[in-house]
Design a protein around this ligand. Structure first.
Ligand code: FAD
Length: 294
């Protein structure tokens, strides 16, 4: 099933993101965690893709298992930076052969040791080039793209970032998913600016439940996201008590999701980080709202 058809529905829903194992020894535990999340029957699940391509085969193995054995529509992530056109084509063909209909088309982060290189002869510099490659009638994919309510770190300012985003969407993006936000107002303000700039595709907000104080630093480093005072107070108060922090983090994410639903967003994407207990905790808080019982 194509994700764009799910996003056109009026009913509220949740989708979850998981990541593939980095090494063979963790394959079984990651696979079983993703299966537990799939059993919640989210609207769709996404599986990330290592920028260096190290986990490329696992993205498809894990994704195909979720789709074929649990009936959950699947979004396979794909990055292109520092890859050749041929290598990317081989991965696109493998996604198609696995019967996956949805691709999240990403550039990927520029590796630290390549940041100063002359990139003029690279096969890809930006995600729109991958999107043009995917936008081929033989493939017929539903294509997702990434967007940044708090501005991508390489952009000079928000208007430049949104201008580039418009180019990317015009290359063939069907929907966008945001970088994590901890303050919904930033998401709503971003939405106004996107619509003003003529970006009209559905935008799915990404919510990261922080259930462990150690996650905070990494989440900020990865996303540059603003931490509202009430979020910081929560981590200050409960961060040293893992059980309390887990409950508080699930409650904070649930509160954000309810506010998004209340303001007209129908599908929220949860960065569930291979944690079935967290995914289930959020789902359990929303059963009456979503009308689902497990
Ligand atoms: P782009 O759209 O190319 O944007 C990158 C920068 O270039 C931005 O500053 C943009 O404004 C600018 N730009 C874009 N087009 C142009 C243009 N035509 N001219 C000039 N400037 C331009 N990383 C992974 O490795 N694996 C994953 O699975 C993964 N999943 C992600 C999922 C989501 C929802 C998000 C938000 C991010 C994800 N990332 C993932 C991280 C992502 O790869 C990085 O943020 C990366 O630095 C940018 O990728 P992009 O696709 O947004 O790139």
């Amino acid at each position: 099933m194509k994700i764009i058809d799910i996003l056109k529905r009026e009913e509220m829903s949740l989708s979850f993101e998981v990541f593939p194992p980095k090494k063979e020894t963790s394959y079984d535990s990651v696979k079983s965690a993703t299966e537990e999340i799939a059993k919640l029957k989210p609207s769709f699940m996404s599986v990330t893709y290592g920028a260096g391509g190290g986990t490329s085969a696992y993205t498809l193995d894990i994704g195909k298992n979720i789709k074929d054995n649990y009936g959950v529509p699947l979004l396979a992530h794909l990055t292109c930076i520092s890859s050749s056109k041929d290598a990317v084509k081989a991965q696109i063909d493998a996604i198609k052969a696995a019967g996956i209909k949805n691709v999240m088309a990403l550039r990927g982060d520029i590796p630290e040791d390549m940041k100063d290189e002359d990139r003029s002869n690279w096969d890809y510099n930006h995600a729109y080039e991958l999107i043009e490659q995917l936008k081929n009638d033989d493939y017929d994919f539903c294509i997702g793209g990434a967007c940044y309510p708090e501005v991508h770190p390489e952009s000079e300012n928000q208007s430049e970032d949104i201008k580039s985003l418009k180019t990317k969407v015009d290359a063939g993006v069907d929907f966008l998913t945001t970088q994590m936000v901890f303050d919904n107002n930033l998401f709503f303000n971003f939405m106004y600016k996107l619509r003003e700039a003529g970006v009209t595709v559905p935008v799915v907000p990404g919510i990261m439940p922080i259930t462990n104080a150690n996650q905070v630093e990494r989440a900020i480093k990865l996303s540059g996201a603003f931490m509202p005072q009430r979020f910081k107070a929560m981590v200050d108060k409960f961060g040293s008590d893992p059980v309390a922090m887990r409950q508080a983090g699930i409650a904070y994410a649930t509160d954000q999701i309810i506010d998004l639903y209340a303001n007209g967003i129908t599908n929220v994407h949860v960065y569930s980080m291979n944690k079935p207990d967290v995914a289930k905790g959020i789902y359990d808080n929303l059963t009456d709202i979503l009308g689902k019982r497990f």
